[in-house]
Write a protein that binds this ligand. Structure first.
Ligand code: HAM
Length: 419
């Protein structure tokens, strides 16, 4: 035997047994999202690397370390998308949608790629269900978007989630906060990990999110952005909090929630689920009021979130059960098999799911297979039956059986199965 080819590290297959639960996620999305006015958009899985450098940010872990980037034959730098927001905004700007439709509500479902260290709940190819609302700055929209996230998670049966929110400020208040943070941490720079020493100049807010314990100790008493917000950002957060309370959506304010992508402004949020281990965020998002303009569009506020589907499905009940099969056709002998072939095609043409044996197995072996497929009835075509122009139709639960004429058999079975 040849050596097996291993899957690429951090990738996974979604097997037929697991498709049921993924289907339930898709069904929840397609039933709930239109209630909020969302329409689907599909953007390419690869884009110019510059798109993510300009949006997610050149000094983020995603762009610095995790992007799958390659040069195509014309030496253009291409990246597999690490997330969906940048592509959606690029598409809206490209197609002039930002002007044409003041409020664009879009959703997408597809694979994303990040070269992270694989572990439970963290993959190199993973899937997101994301939503983006482009064209509105009001804080009540933030509440509506968070309510949508809560409804989607509830529809998937995921109830034990903690919603954490924060404000990451805006270009008016963030620079002064950043300076205050750097001033507070710079004297202890040597105690920080190598990455954080670099972040101190490139992206100091990310220090608050570092998982290295010594960095956590250094940043424990650091100033918090929530206490340095400008009036407009403070009002915005207060309205979001009031709205969530009004809708009865439980939340906690986490002043250290900073998010790993640079485009966020004001509201940032994460849904943290019990039972996910270290990778506990099942969904995350926030407002990104500067991104449309950053990508060449007119100044346009926006907000969105993405649910990590691998994490979501681990929180859902398996649901991988095989649907029962109405009929199994068991031919015995070559002539019967040819007849069976015609019969199953006629049955499928009539909308009835059916399987047959092709291997010339014994009746006992065929009925065992029918059992495994959870077939309700078997149509047995033996030499005796064929000679008599009949088939035996057996109920596999009660073992009751009757002989039926072959003439008109398909039509009768279709009528019985699909009355
Ligand atoms: P994100 O926080 O990078 O945000 O990812 C959103 C979710 O995707 C995470 O909460 C997690 O559930 C899942 N996820 C991220 N990385 C992985 C991974 N390596 N393996 C498995 N699951 C993962 C964004 O991507 C933003 N684009 C969300 C957004 C949309 N913000 C505004 N609009």
């Amino acid at each position: 035997m040849s050596e097996r080819i291993q899957p690429v590290k951090g990738t996974h297959d979604i097997l037929p047994e697991e498709q049921g639960v993924w289907g339930r996620v898709r069904a929840a999305a397609t039933s709930i999202l239109p209630l909020y006015g969302f329409r689907e958009i599909t953007t390419p899985m690869f884009e110019s690397a510059e798109l993510f450098e300009r949006s997610v940010g050149a000094a983020t872990d995603i762009v610095e370390k995790e992007m799958y980037t390659f040069a195509d034959s014309k030496e253009r730098r291409i990246a597999l998308r690490p997330e969906g927001t940048a592509g959606v905004v690029r598409a809206c700007v490209h197609h002039g949608r930002v002007r044409a439709q003041p409020l664009d509500k879009l959703y997408y479902l597809g694979p994303m790629f990040r070269r992270e260290r694989p572990q439970k709940g963290r993959f190199r190819q993973f899937h997101q269900l994301g939503v983006e609302v482009i064209g509105e700055s009001s804080a009540t929209l933030d509440v509506e978007v968070i309510a949508l996230l809560a409804r989607l998670l509830a529809a998937c049966g995921v109830a034990r989630v903690e919603l954490q929110i924060n404000s990451v400020g805006c270009p008016i208040c963030r620079p002064a906060y950043r300076a205050a943070l750097v001033a507070a941490l710079a004297p202890r720079a040597t105690e920080l990990c190598d990455d954080c020493q670099r972040r101190l100049t490139t992206n100091p807010l990310r220090l608050l999110d570092c998982k290295v314990p010594t960095c956590g100790a250094v940043t424990a008493g650091a100033p918090e952005l929530i206490h340095h917000l400008c009036d407009a950002c403070r009002d915005h957060l207060a309205t979001v909090e009031r709205g969530l309370t009004e809708l009865g959506i439980a939340y906690t304010v986490n002043p250290r929630l900073v998010r790993g992508l640079d485009y966020y402004t004001r509201t940032a949020f994460e849904a943290i689920a019990a039972g996910l281990g270290a990778q506990a965020a099942v969904a995350a998002g926030g407002r990104y009021d500067g991104l449309v303009e950053e990508l060449g569009g007119p100044p346009t506020p926006a907000i969105g979130f993405a649910i990590g589907l691998e994490r979501l499905v681990t929180l859902m009940d398996g649901g991988g059960e095989v649907p029962p099969l109405p009929l199994f056709v068991a031919p015995l002998g070559e002539a019967a098999r040819l007849f069976a072939l015609k019969l199953v095609e006629e049955l499928r043409g009539g909308g009835v799911a059916v399987e047959m044996d092709h291997a010339g197995r014994s009746l006992k072996a065929q009925l065992k297979r029918a059992d495994r497929l959870q077939a309700r009835r078997a149509v047995i075509l033996g030499d005796d039956e064929l000679a008599a122009g009949e088939a035996t139709v057996r109920d596999l639960a009660t073992h009751n059986q009757e002989r039926q004429p072959l003439a008109g058999l398909a039509a009768r079975l279709i009528a019985e199965e699909r009355p």
